[in-house]
Design a protein around this ligand. Structure first.
Ligand code: SF4
Ligand code: SF4
Length: 194
């Protein structure tokens, strides 16, 4: 799976299992087998599991979504039903909500939208990011609005910035090439003051 693995097996919530869910095998990219985000892995038996479970890529072996490990996510976040896979990325500086492209707007429904907005408030206070991902499309969530960056290529990075305006501090997001000097020495997941 791309980015960070969100949880160690020892930190999983004991009574939460994947069960009939296989959504991460669709929404997440798997570098080791060049599986893009947003399409079913050819090895997935949808709703049942992995055809190559014993030999699945290391990325898959290490992956557990937020539903399996974060008590703050209620039962309504079960990915097979919510159609969203919540993941901690970039060393915990980004909460990513990976959408099933077949239900790309589900994050705008309640109670999800209000919860995501609350996360964005907490994230902004820590200078962290909240991003909704629909395949390669990225929508950065701020407390007061959302910034749709469109498709973000593999060689691009999302940079959140805080600017001082006459009306006060304003949060915004831009996408930059990974080698852009403005990113030099910076944690990509964090908000940067410009
Ligand atoms: S998305 Fe989460 S609950 Fe669903 S199969 Fe993957 S790890 Fe299990
Ligand atoms: S290899 Fe198996 S566990 Fe990994 S994405 Fe494909 S189906 Fe899922």
């Amino acid at each position: 799976m791309s980015e960070d693995s969100p949880a160690k097996e020892s930190s999983l919530i004991s009574d939460r299992k994947c069960g009939t869910c296989t959504l991460c095998c669709k929404v997440m990219g798997i570098e080791e087998i060049a599986k893009p985000q947003g399409v079913w892995c050819p090895e997935c038996q949808i709703g049942r599991g992995c055809k190559i479970y014993e030999k699945r890529p290391a990325e898959c072996q290490a992956f557990y979504c937020g539903y399996r490990s974060w008590p703050v996510l209620g039962e309504h976040w079960f990915p097979a039903k919510s159609k969203m896979v919540v993941v901690s990325e970039l060393a915990g500086t980004r909460i990513a909500i990976h959408m099933d492209p077949g239900r790309a707007g589900a994050w705008r429904e309640e109670p999800f939208f209000s919860e995501i907005k609350n996360w964005s408030k907490m994230a902004a206070a820590q200078m962290h990011q909240v991003v909704v991902c629909i395949g390669k499309q990225a929508i950065v969530i701020f407390p007061d609005r959302e910034v749709d960056l469109g498709q973000v290529a593999d060689d691009e990075r999302i940079m959140s910035v805080e600017t001082r305006t006459a009306g006060g501090l304003k949060l915004d997001a831009i996408k930059l090439k990974a080698d852009d000097p403005r990113l030099a020495g910076k944690d990509v997941g964090k908000v940067h003051v410009v």
